[in-house]
Design a protein around this ligand. Structure first.
Ligand code: HEM
Length: 159
């Protein structure tokens, strides 16, 4: 009966052998394979940068979605209605805790925006190769964090 090709291995001398016999080297150092992750594997699984970017894109999208009706629209609406409303908001925004919340939202928006542009480019088949996708993920992290730092410095009155 023919041996299934997946299980059959032809040795250096042309003999048909079995993986257990000839693969002792590779069996000694098995490459980790992560399929159907169990809970315990979550701690050791290294997600590629593009994967981290994707998760953060979803988290920031959700954060912005929540913040819009709860924080952003009420405060910005108030700040635009009258001078007094603007002064109130400006006063409120001097609180360091409010500044930290605003900084998180600024980061969320910048990350979501930059990653969103990357996804739109991927959607039109630009940068789909593994290497360029990894590079563009790194660029998105760099640009969004750099812009967050600039806005953060402005928010905390450094310039
Ligand atoms: C306050 C503004 C925004 C909110 C609340 C928001 C919210 C969201 C949410 C909830 C998702 C779904 C995420 C997921 O399920 O993975 C999403 C996806 C997306 N957003 Fe936004 N977004 C905003 C602004 C933007 C901007 C300015 C851009 C432009 C660059 C953008 C580009 C995208 C893209 C391209 C996707 C789809 C990503 C994919 O294919 O998985 N978003 N957004």
């Amino acid at each position: 009966m023919p041996i299934a090709p997946r299980l059959r291995q032809v040795s250096f001398h042309g003999l048909v052998t079995f993986p257990e016999v000839v693969m002792s080297d590779s069996a000694a150092k098995p490459r980790p394979q992560f399929r159907n992750l169990t809970f315990g594997q979550l701690a050791t699984y290294r997600l590629p940068l593009a994967g981290k970017l994707s998760i953060l894109h979803r988290i920031t999208g959700f954060l912005l979605f929540l913040a819009l009706p709860l924080i952003l629209l009420p405060f910005f609406e108030r700040s635009l209605i009258s001078e007094i409303g603007f002064a109130d908001f400006a006063e409120f925004a001097t609180n360091p805790i409010v500044k930290v919340v605003l900084l998180i939202l600024i980061w969320a928006y910048l990350h979501h925006f930059c990653a969103g542009i990357r996804y739109l480019l991927l959607d039109v088949h630009i940068g789909l190769e593994k290497a360029s996708a990894a590079r563009s993920a790194a660029i998105v992290f760099a640009v969004s964090l750099l812009l967050t730092a600039v806005f953060g410095l402005k928010l905390f009155g450094v310039f």
